[in-house]
Design a protein around this ligand. Structure first.
Ligand code: AMP
Length: 393
């Protein structure tokens, strides 16, 4: 069975084509600058990579070209081989608690909640609409970044604000990266060979979130009403005192959305280092003893450790900590620093094991009180798995 996994942005469309018999990736690629000048696509298959500049006025054009290329390049023999298309949706609110087959009713419901993720959901919907137009008889599945976090209880998901904000305006914690955390939980279950475990999943990349998971279910997560909350990220501040916002508005003559833009795009590693949002660049500056970079790195580590400690207590201890995403999978010094700060919880890692990058590895030593792993995340595969499961039901 072949399934396409799609992540559509407002001007991009990322795809992976899976052979679900062995969960291998047959082809993957990206359509960029859709609707703007200089649009192009890149497709990787069979160890080859092709790239072409081509006019892509709409997402429908991108989907048409993608499907043409899949057959022209003999990646598939005919479109009949595509049994389903899974779509990533950033925000499902408390309406979508799990993945669903896309129907007209689902599209109507999505339309009512798009304002909760105005930069992402309308773009995700464009992807669905384009595929529904081009492949009207192929089932589509929507997979939500927020769905995994729907098992949080009220104590976790409500903010200590007037309850009417929740009742009237839907103000609550929704979380994000749920598909990644769910993938990690599934992998941990396989590694441990049991359903009962306390896991702290650290998805730390340019965006980042930490999730407390008990027996496969989310108990709490660091992102909030929006993905601006929680740990410090590449350009996002994470949690701050909200009173800073009106104060800076007054001082700087900015309006609220301009300050929120600063918190989303000019804070985090970039804001603190005054150099780069990329951890590799920040670490290079740290090696040169650049003070701003050192403080930025140390704050980044501190915020991760803060959340791990918080969730350790919430879960009544932890059996496993997992690092995933760009920094978690690759950044040897950041992982080491985090684990050193967790020594008081009995965390001990093997320095040689920690030198590996971008691959599955157990970092903890046999006498560590908590198992620590690096597990490369695979949201695309999780989307394809959900799509196959729903189609087969
Ligand atoms: P992501 O958003 O998951 O793609 O993660 C991007 C982040 O991962 C950036 O801050 C990168 O600097 C970081 N990253 C990727 N590779 C490395 C590496 N080899 N060492 C340190 N950080 C890395």
């Amino acid at each position: 069975m072949k399934i396409i996994s799609i992540n559509a942005g407002s001007s991009s469309l990322k795809f992976s084509l899976f052979n679900m018999d062995d969960e291998s990736v047959i082809a993957s690629g990206l359509f960029e600058r859709i609707g703007i000048e200089g649009s192009k696509y890149t497709i990787k298959y069979n160890g080859e990579k092709i790239s072409q500049e081509i006019e892509l006025p709409t997402h429908v054009d991108a989907v048409n070209i993608l499907l043409d290329k899949l057959t022209d390049l003999n990646i598939i023999e005919s479109l009949d081989e595509i049994h389903g298309v899974g779509h990533r949706i950033v925000q499902g609110k408390d309406i979508f608690k799990e993945s669903v087959i896309v129907t007209d009713e689902v599209m109507e419901k999505l339309d009512t909640i798009k304002g909760f993720a105005p930069l992402h959901n309308p773009a995700n919907m464009l992807g669905i609409e384009a595929f529904r137009k081009v492949l009207p008889n192929v089932p589509m599945v929507a997979v939500f970044d927020t769905a995994f976090h729907q098992t949080m209880d009220e104590v976790s998901y409500l903010y200590p604000v007037p309850y009417s904000w929740y009742k009237d305006f839907g103000v609550r914690k929704y979380g994000a990266h749920g598909t990644s955390h769910r993938y990690i939980a599934n992998q941990v279950k396989k590694i441990l060979g049991k359903d009962e475990y306390r896991l702290i999943s650290c998805h730390i990349g340019n965006g980042g979130s930490i999730t407390a998971i008990k027996d496969g279910k989310c108990v709490d997560t660091s992102m909030g009403f929006t993905p601006l909350a929680g740990i410090m990220m590449g350009t996002r501040s994470g949690d701050i005192d909200p009173s800073i916002i009106p104060y800076v508005m007054e001082q700087d003559g900015k309006n609220a959305s301009e300050v929120i833009d600063d918190l989303n795009k000019r804070s985090g590693l970039l804001g603190m280092s005054e150099y780069s949002s990329d951890m590799r660049d920040v670490l290079e500056k740290c090696d040169e003893q650049n003070e701003r970079a050192i403080v930025a790195r140390d704050k980044y580590v501190r915020r991760v450790v803060d959340y791990i400690a918080q969730y350790y207590v919430l879960l009544g201890g932890a059996d496993v900590i997992v690092f995933t995403a760009g920094v978690g999978e690759n950044s040897v010094p950041v992982r080491r620093q985090i684990c050193e700060e967790l020594a008081c919880l009995g965390v001990k890692i093997d320095i040689d094991a920690n030198n590996k990058r971008g691959e599955f590895v157990k970092l903890s030593t046999d006498d560590s009180k908590i198992d620590v792993y690096v597990i490369p995340t695979d949201e695309e595969l999780m989307i394809a798995r959900d799509t196959m499961d729903l189609i087969n039901r």
